[in-house]
Design a protein around this ligand. Structure first.
Ligand SMILES: O=C(O)[C@H](O)COP(=O)(O)O
Ligand SMILES: [Mn+2]
Ligand SMILES: [Mn+2]
Length: 575
């Protein structure tokens, strides 16, 4: 199938670039005190929403879905996330995502017939001495993982006669309620105790809060992964604190650091009554990383897979010879990891790939925390460029400090570099991500989230005005909701649930199912209007989705959309 795009009959390419600006984690929520966008002073965004920039340029507005089935998740109650959101923006059509594919494989047990499962169990099944280690994010957030998948793997291992099993659990509080770790750990401890009574040697062996243990992304801070390695693999009790159970670790840390939330709980190792670790990995063991999402799984997978002499991020110490597999292959192009249990969605024919085949230049730019979102996720989970000459990928290093202490993050620097790169590199298309709404939203700190939105507003006004001055078009949107809902909300009353935040509510650190804006302004926009008949494919909801933005970008670049994509949001203005 050719990648040549037909010239559009209805749309004309502007002289300047077409820029997709993604405000990460900014939905259109209720007009309530817990909505950081609503309560922030954002005059520029307000003007966009009201249909005219402060300089009088027309803005076309739509509100679109960014969660549930509209982005390939199993249920409409599933909140959106960056992976599925940026996949949708990049691919122009809906793929069954990791969460759904793994559900299907676990429910039907088809994974048990695969080569990887057999290979992993060779040393562990039928009462053999090898231990099976299950490592991953211990919650039902369904963004990176789901506990039900780990339970399915446990059941399957028991059916095969595995006698030695260890859990290495990363505590969440970011995709689920901020202090809910015990809600997930308690039932696991109980279940494992009942299995031990039946003679299975099964324990939780290590763990830690996900933002300080194991789940780094885009090489923002390898020390996070090293802490995980010391806890789960080497069980280094000289550097990592020991406890007799995971719930004891969680309770102790909470007592010691008043107000600590789960994602930041320090790493821990579980030891027996003689102080010996229960789950140090050894030669002949097998390890499954049961997270299905790639960004925060790639580094730890590399630690297991990289041959000696090729790994330089930290000293892996006396590394045991284990068999390692991921729940999925997280990067199909670089083959990370080598072994995996469920095949990932094969996302192809993305906007990025079409652009290079049609001789369009592209700039992708963000700060470290979201850099892979506008490259790896946007390209359908492949990190490398399609074409060295036609693509420029710019990463502004993120601070390693917690985002609530610097809610402006790198928005200003991203804006400076984007405008400079537009002038120098002369891209036809730009995809840019402002991380603030999402990363600060995840901290649960409301007043910082308000400032985050104000920082985005200041940068947006500079960037969008800069794009208009350069005769380009700006499409301002978001990948999912987050900071518009900073409190847990009582579904019946619509009011915040009371809690310990300074505002008196229970902070919400996770994403939401809230719809997101699409605001389009710039060169020649007055010739177009929103096509209200466009949907992402669900006849009942009759709503468009972020997945319809891809064809919108292609149209504005002067192309007909490729057949396999869903339609764009715009049509020529009727006279
Ligand atoms: O990984 C994270 O930080 C959260 O689980 C999800 O956030 P993101 O989907 O916006 O990256
Ligand atoms: Mn996001
Ligand atoms: Mn997020």
């Amino acid at each position: 199938m050719s990648f040549k795009l037909e010239p559009s009959k209805d749309f004309k390419k502007p002289p300047g670039p077409v820029c997709l600006i993604i405000m990460d984690g900014v939905g259109i929520g209720a007009e309530e005190q817990y909505n950081a966008w609503y309560c922030a002073k954002t005059p520029f965004l307000d003007s966009l929403r009201n249909g005219k920039t402060p300089k009088g340029n027309i803005v076309l507005n739509a509100v679109v879905d960014a969660s549930g089935r509209s982005v390939g998740l199993p249920e409409d109650s599933d909140m959106g996330n960056s992976e599925v959101g940026h996949n949708a923006f990049g691919a122009g059509r809906i793929y069954s995502q990791g969460a759904k594919l793994v559900n299907e494989s676990m429910d039907s047990k088809t994974f048990k017939t695969g080569e990887t499962w057999k290979w992993l169990l060779e040393n562990c099944k039928d009462g053999k001495e090898g231990t099976l280690h299950l490592l991953g994010l211990w919650s039902d957030g369904n963004v990176h993982s789901h506990v039900k998948h780990a339970y399915a793997l446990l059941d399957a291992a028991l059916e095969e006669g595995c006698k030695h099993i260890r859990f290495h659990i990363l505590l969440d509080g970011r995709d689920v309620s901020e202090t809910s770790a015990l809600d997930y750990v308690g039932p696991l401890e109980k279940h494992l105790a009942s299995l031990r009574e039946k003679g299975v040697d099964v324990h939780i062996a290590s763990g830690g809060g996900r933002m300080v243990t194991t789940m780094d992304r885009y090489e923002a801070d390898w020390r996070i992964v090293q802490r995980g390695w010391l806890s789960h693999v080497l069980a280094d009790t000289e550097t990592i604190r020991t406890f007799s159970s995971a719930s004891e670790a969680i309770q102790t840390f909470r007592k010691e650091e008043n107000g600590v939330i789960d994602q930041f709980l320090p790493p821990f190792i579980i030891v027996d009554n003689k102080g010996s670790p229960l789950g140090r990995m050894k030669d002949g063991d097998s390890v499954i990383l049961f997270n299905f999402r790639g960004d925060r799984a790639i580094e730890i997978s590399t630690c297991f897979d990289a041959p000696e002499g090729t790994f330089h991020h930290f000293d892996r110490g006396c590394m045991p010879k284990v068999r390692f597999a991921g729940m999925m292959q997280y990067d199909g192009e670089s083959k990370i990891p080598k072994h995996y249990i469920v095949s990932p969605p094969n996302i192809e024919r993305t906007l990025g790939e079409y652009l290079v085949h049609n001789n369009c230049r592209r700039l992708s730019i963000s700060e470290t925390q979201k850099f892979g979102h506008v490259t790896y996720f946007f390209n359908g989970n492949r990190a490398n460029k399609f074409n060295e000459e036609l693509e420029l990928y710019v990463e502004i290093p993120s601070s390693r400090e917690r985002e609530n202490t610097r809610p402006w993050m790198k928005a200003a620097e991203i804006t400076d570099s984007a405008l400079a790169a537009i002038d120098e590199f002369k891209p036809d298309f730009v995809v840019l991500n402002y991380a603030n709404g999402d990363m600060v939203g995840h901290t649960g700190v409301y007043h910082a989230a308000v400032i985050a939105m104000e920082a985005v507003d200041v940068s947006l006004s500079r960037l969008v005005n800069g794009i208009i001055e350069r005769n380009g078009i700006a499409i301002v949107s978001a990948d999912h909701g987050n900071c518009e809902t900073m409190a847990e909300v009582d579904k019946k009353t619509g009011k915040p649930v009371k809690g310990n935040s300074p505002e008196g509510w229970k902070a919400l650190t996770s994403h939401t199912t809230t719809p997101v804006p699409v605001m389009i302004t710039g060169y020649g926009i007055e010739k177009y209007e929103i096509d209200e008949s466009v949907t992402w494919g669900d006849a009942n909801r009759k709503k468009a989705g972020i997945v319809n933005v891809t064809a919108t970008c292609a149209n504005l670049l002067g192309f007909e959309k490729p057949k396999e994509w869903l339609p764009g949001l715009l049509k020529p203005k009727s006279l």
